[in-house]
Design a protein around this ligand. Structure first.
Ligand SMILES: NC(=O)c1ccc[n+]([C@@H]2O[C@H](COP(=O)([O-])OP(=O)(O)OC[C@H]3O[C@@H](n4cnc5c(N)ncnc54)[C@H](O)[C@@H]3O)[C@@H](O)[C@H]2O)c1
Length: 414
């Protein structure tokens, strides 16, 4: 199965060769000639960025390998709730045992170390508190999507992004689509008016079973708090549910193209598979955007046979059509674009890692991915809230209510 959450196989990472990494990285970066003294906190000019990994699971290990292949980073510490995960990543990244931290507060001890930046790849619920602590500690942040599971979490990230910019720190949210030239060209064409007046839009995230392994794990010992943490993908409060945790890839592109947040949404959905936990596996939401633009969104995460992450915009002069695993097209009366995104899952991350390096070393701290990610993350939360209600919810109501998702962390070690 092909999903951006389940593609981090060894074969994938093995296929990301040094040559392809170099293609996504500027020569000056590889030559370490661009560093300006003073921009790297705690690091000497002309040296590598000292970095720590928070969350040493599948994605964390895979992304850390790409950071290493970049050549401009040096892992000095790792943090994970579980010792086995911290040790596995620590061995691979050659982080001494003394610098491997565990427990819910592991990230605090990691942040006390001499490092310039952190990569956060923990379950989504923890992202706001970990990113905020990192920015407060003066570290640059590279963060996995989704940025948060609820409105207060999104607001925390928004504040951390502003604080980062004010304090000359870089904060990058890792959406692969945003790093891709074809997506960028299509979005620019839309913003330049090539489609004419936008009338409507569609976004879809269709895939098969994603968290079956977590369901199986949870069934063995459902009351054990550590097992519940390992199985975070089937827990609403830890993951944000499928629409936020996974479908955000499609809704982020929609918000980017429409360059707006929705005004209100009507939603529905349910659970078809018999997983433990409380997540749904299909959603259908109608979002109303400014200027009477209607976006219909549909997703499923079950069954077999059809995978796609797409967003399509219909305008009076043309159509834009984007597919994470396929082509990005714009077919308009005066504009044409059609190209295959290739191995976006890996290439997008490689580009983001190179961008993060350039931003840190050149002091480019405008951090444009943060507000964009806050907006699309809130859009997923609006859709989720409407779907749970099986009714209409406005953006204003959602922002006013500030509903908080609180996982049961009782019994976990600090
Ligand atoms: N295409 C993409 O952008 C993409 C793909 C896959 C995953 N992701 C994101 O990456 C993140 C991690 O996903 P994953 O697939 O690696 O999950 P995972 O379960 O494999 O890894 C999560 C790790 O975090 C650890 N952890 C749990 N609580 C923690 C805490 N409080 N502090 C530190 N570590 C903690 C877990 O023990 C585990 O090692 C998620 O946000 C997910 O949405 C993004």
């Amino acid at each position: 199965m092909n999903t951006p959450e389940h593609n981090n196989s060894d074969s994938h990472s093995a296929s990301i060769t040094r040559r392809r990494f170099i293609a996504g990285t500027s020569a000056s970066v590889l030559g370490f000639t661009v560093l300006k003294p003073g921009l790297l906190r705690g690091a000497e000019a002309n040296s590598r960025i000292n970095i720590g990994l928070i969350g040493c699971g599948n994605r964390g290990k895979w992304v850390a390998d790409l950071f290493q292949k970049h050549g401009g980073y040096n892992f000095v510490a790792v943090a994970d709730y579980f010792q086995d995960h911290a040790d596995e990543a620590g061995e691979t990244l050659k982080v001494p045992a003394a610098n491997r931290y565990t427990g819910l507060s592991a990230y605090h001890r990691l942040l006390e170390q001499k490092l310039d930046a952190v990569v956060i790849e923990s379950p989504p619920y923890f992202h706001p508190e970990q990113a905020a602590a990192a920015i407060d500690a003066g570290k640059h942040v590279y963060l996995a999507k989704p940025i948060a599971v609820d409105v207060p979490g999104c607001e925390t990230i928004a504040r951390s992004g502003e604080k980062a910019t004010a304090n000359k720190l870089c904060f990058l949210v890792d959406f692969q689509t945003r790093a891709n030239k074809l997506y960028q060209q299509a979005v620019k064409a839309v913003h330049d008016g090539e489609l004419g007046k936008i009338v409507s839009a569609e976004a879809n995230y269709q895939c098969g079973d994603t968290w079956g392994h977590m369901d199986q794990l949870l069934r063995k010992d459902p009351k054990n708090p550590e097992v519940r943490l390992r199985a975070w993908g089937v827990d609403r409060a830890l993951s944000g549910d499928v629409i936020t945790e996974q479908n955000i890839h499609a809704l982020d592109v929609a918000c980017w193209m429409l360059d707006a947040a929705p005004i209100r949404a009507y939603g529905t959905g349910d659970r078809a598979r018999d997983y433990l936990g409380n997540c749904w596996d299909h959603f259908a939401v109608i979002f109303w955007y400014p200027n009477d633009v209607v976006l219909s969104f549909n997703s499923h995460q079950s069954g077999y046979g059809y995978d796609d992450i797409m967003c399509r915009l219909y305008g009076l002069k043309g159509t834009a059509d984007t597919h994470y695993f396929g082509n990005v097209m714009v077919k308009a009366t005066d504009f044409h674009l059609d190209g295959n995104v290739g191995a976006l899952y890996g290439d997008g991350v490689i580009t983001n890692i190179a961008t993060f390096y350039n931003s840190v070393t050149q002091g480019e701290c405008s951090n444009p991915t943060v507000p964009a990610s806050v907006r699309s993350n809130l859009t997923t939360i609006l859709g989720r809230t409407a779907a749970y209600k099986q009714g209409v919810v406005t953006w204003e109501e959602m922002m006013h209510k500030k509903e908080k998702l609180t996982p049961d962390l009782k019994g976990l070690k600090a």
